[in-house]
Design a protein around this ligand. Sequence first.
Ligand SMILES: [Ca+2]
Ligand SMILES: [Ca+2]
Ligand SMILES: [Ca+2]
Ligand SMILES: [Ca+2]
Length: 133
Amino acid sequence: MMVHSMLRTALCVAIASLPLVAFGGPAPDTDGDGVPDVLDNCSEVAQTGVEFCDTDVNGFGNLCDWDLTGDGAVNTDEVPLLPAHLNDGGATPSDLNCDGSTNTDDVLLIPARLNAGFPGPSGLPCAGSIPCQ
Ligand SMILES: [Ca+2]
Ligand SMILES: [Ca+2]
Ligand SMILES: [Ca+2]
Ligand SMILES: [Ca+2]
């Protein structure tokens, strides 16, 4: 009985002394916004509180997408499609900041997307397939 009690105590001490990473640790959160990468549709762009909208449901949030042609690249091919989205009064893939309208605020965010050259990155396992849900 005494041996069992000592073994139990030793086992508890051993488990308590294991580092947190032994159990997987906190989920990775590359952009540090509190949304774990596996749930983050823009895993390298910090967002506060809520996920970015994903109008075309491809697993890349609007802010890190802007592939309006749907060919997997973000380049000047997208630009001719922008006027049709401006002042639309509703969410479109060009509503980069997800406020429900495409306007100057969104246009100012486009150069960063053009520099990226591609959608993402997204941490969602289904990113790139439609619908990604
Ligand atoms: Ca995150
Ligand atoms: Ca998208
Ligand atoms: Ca494109
Ligand atoms: Ca907007």
